[in-house]
Design a protein around this ligand. Sequence first.
Ligand code: PXG
Length: 443
Amino acid sequence: MNEMVTPRPNDLDAFWMPFTANRAFKSHPRMLARAEGMVYYTTDGHEVIDGTAGLWCVNAGHGRREITEAIQKQAAVMDFAPTFQLGHPIAFQAASKVAELTPPGLDRVFFTNSGSESADTALKIALAYHRARGEGTRRLLIGRERGYHGVGFGGISVGGIGGNRKQFGALLPYVDHLPHTHAPAHNAFSHGQPAWGAHLAEALEDLVALHGAETIAAVMVEPLAGSTGVLVPPVGYLERLREICDKHGILLIFDEVITGFGRLGTHFGAERLGVVPDIMTMAKGLTNAAVPMGAVAVRDGIYHAIVDGAPAGIELFHGYTYSGHPLAAAAAIAAIELHQREDLPGRARAIEPYFDAAAHSLKDAPNVIDIRGMGLVAGIELAPRPGKPTDRAVRVFQRCFDAGVLIRTTGDIIALSPPLIIEKPHIDRIFDTLRSAILAEAA
Ligand code: PXG
């Protein structure tokens, strides 16, 4: 079945792995060779259930024939064509397809190649918008503690993860941050949106008082923060951010890189959470991760302000060689059609109560100090080993992997975000394995 062999140690040297403990990995590599539906297969033939949809991205499950065929077909017809001053129909079709899923009014779509590029693109569009309207003093970008917006300079500056910032110097000027919303003393073991914490949005009024509304361009947050450990927005919090932004002419950007494409049981988090931003970033599930692609959807009025307000010529000095790449566009169209045909958000919604109950069944397991989530996302927070933060979670990860279940960890938080095609037996298997691993690391 599987002809791949584990590479010799020297073969691992050249690839400098991203966000990875390279030395540890290269001394104990874990290699995946093949994937289908809900499972990966390792190079030595073991089956691993995918509890994380790769990296929160393979929402429709692995190896979907409709998507691979669309990519193959497009590769044979036209491998690449520029989108600078030229076009190809499939890029326009892909943008229209995205606009079918975004909230009404957010139907102008700029293509990127990743979530990081989407975050930086969204921030640049926000700045260009204010400038186009003669409000060039609005240069301040507001993010949130524990926010993750990828790894570009814009994303790490507006993002709120110290570890992702401190190696890289001065970052962007004119940035400030809201407090995060994680409050286990009030909200531990909440199902869905926690009841406590809407007032944390008032910190935006404090920043307006501090800096002046006329200096603030945009607020960027993840509707549900994923990679920082699954932080679900408190009831009323996003609504309040929306109100304060409206009051002061500040753009609200949702980073929907994780929450897009059915993850919360709706096409986008905005729909599930009932708050519509002005700009929305996406990536990951857009192509089911089969070809890298990101996008930014903006309100019509933002597009018009920048484009109609510009003198003849290029209106926005921004774009990537691969914006609207034909293979990515083909994958996006096929993936979105799959979402629509199979109603993947509906499937996620239907199985969410079972998934949520399975996650919360770990409440009595040793060292479990919080369980939270929404849609097909669960965060399980473990008490750190004294003096050894992350050690317990890393070992739980390793045990699960060895037992055939892929989970993610960040700090001592376990994050689960399976493909939306998951079925009850997979859920049972994931949480049974996780329980055994947590028990084995109880000491
Ligand atoms: N925004 C958000 C909200 C993300 O979650 C990005 C931007 C950046 O996307 P790219 O495509 O540039 O990586 C992300 C990415 C994890 C994990 O384990 C999460 C991400 C990436 C890798 C790992 O939580 N999120």
